[in-house]
Design a protein around this ligand. Structure first.
Ligand code: HEC
Ligand code: HEC
Length: 218
């Protein structure tokens, strides 16, 4: 294939600019991190605990390496801005974009992991059989997440993975990877691999995702 010189130059420029942004996004200034920690301590730590380690049944860990590796800034910012309707997670839009951005930078600084969200969010949507998904869900997941996926309200330690306020903000890739890998130092175990609590196949995991998406049409 032959590209005109101008196209090559333009793509080189785009790549340069994009990687410059990526570096900027990763290297938050000390002032931003200080602001983010201050904002977190004042607004979030009562539930999410100091250092964002979370507390079962009260609020999830936000310094979790799996969560941070799988979450886009967009997901984190939108969840903080809008909260999660019908859960204990309130909206924080009043803090303003700059402060919310600083909180996200601070959270990212708590676990030094590569942000894989672009690749994960680009995964194909789940395809499967919701009836089989329902069986697995009720058998394995409902004790912690609630039969209707309502989360803590149902008395368990898992978050509200059946509610539109959660599902509307996450990709199937995010759900899939979370189910496969679990979250370190929380009750959310990995459901794939030899060490897993239950070694679910890719298809079984997709069946569960399709079931969750259909729980309340959203
Ligand atoms: C009153 C308690 C409370 C406060 C204060 C609170 N949260 Fe939450 N947060 C929760 C709960 C409960 C959930 C889980 C909701 C569910 O069940 O799905 C949550 C979920 C989240 C999530 C999604 C995590 C995941 O695993 O997907 C993020 C991000 C988050 N909170 C950030 C924040 C930030 C940042 C602040 C401060 C600006 C904050 N929260 C303040 C209770 C709280
Ligand atoms: C022993 C309890 C437990 C079981 C069983 C369990 N989970 Fe979880 N799950 C959790 C907890 C706890 C979290 C949040 C981690 C935290 O508190 O920081 C979570 C988080 C999640 C999340 C991320 C949600 C969010 O708010 O970001 C998904 C998706 C999820 N679980 C799916 C499942 C599925 C599907 C199953 C069944 C195959 C399952 N879980 C089984 C406890 C459990």
């Amino acid at each position: 294939m032959k590209f005109p010189k101008a196209t090559i130059l333009a793509s080189a420029l785009v790549v340069g600019v994009v990687s410059a942004f990526a570096t900027l996004a990763q290297a938050a200034s000390p002032q931003t991190l200080k602001l983010g920690k201050k904002m977190f301590d004042a607004n979030c730590s009562a539930c999410h605990q100091p250092d964002a380690i979370g507390k079962p049944g009260l609020a999830p860990s936000l310094s979790n390496p799996e969560l941070l590796a799988m979450s886009s800034d967009r997901f984190l910012m939108a969840t903080i801005r809008d909260g999660r309707e019908d859960t204990g997670m309130a909206p924080f839009s009043h803090l303003g974009r700059k402060n919310v951005r600083a909180i996200v930078a601070y959270l990212r600084s708590t676990a030094n992991v590569e942000n894989r969200s672009a690749e994960i969010d680009a995964q194909p949507d789940a395809r499967g059989d919701p009836r089989l998904g329902k069986q697995w869900y009720n058998y394995i997941c409902s004790t912690c997440h609630g039969v209707r996926g309502n989360g803590y309200e149902a008395g368990g330690t898992g978050t509200a993975i059946g509610l539109p306020s959660t599902l509307s903000k996450v990709s199937d890739g995010f759900l899939r990877e979370t189910i496969k890998k679990g979250r370190s130092n929380t009750r959310m175990l990995a459901f794939q691999g030899p060490a897993a609590l239950a070694n679910l196949s890719d298809q079984e995991i997709d069946d569960i995702i399709v079931y969750l998406r259909g729980l309340r049409k959203n």
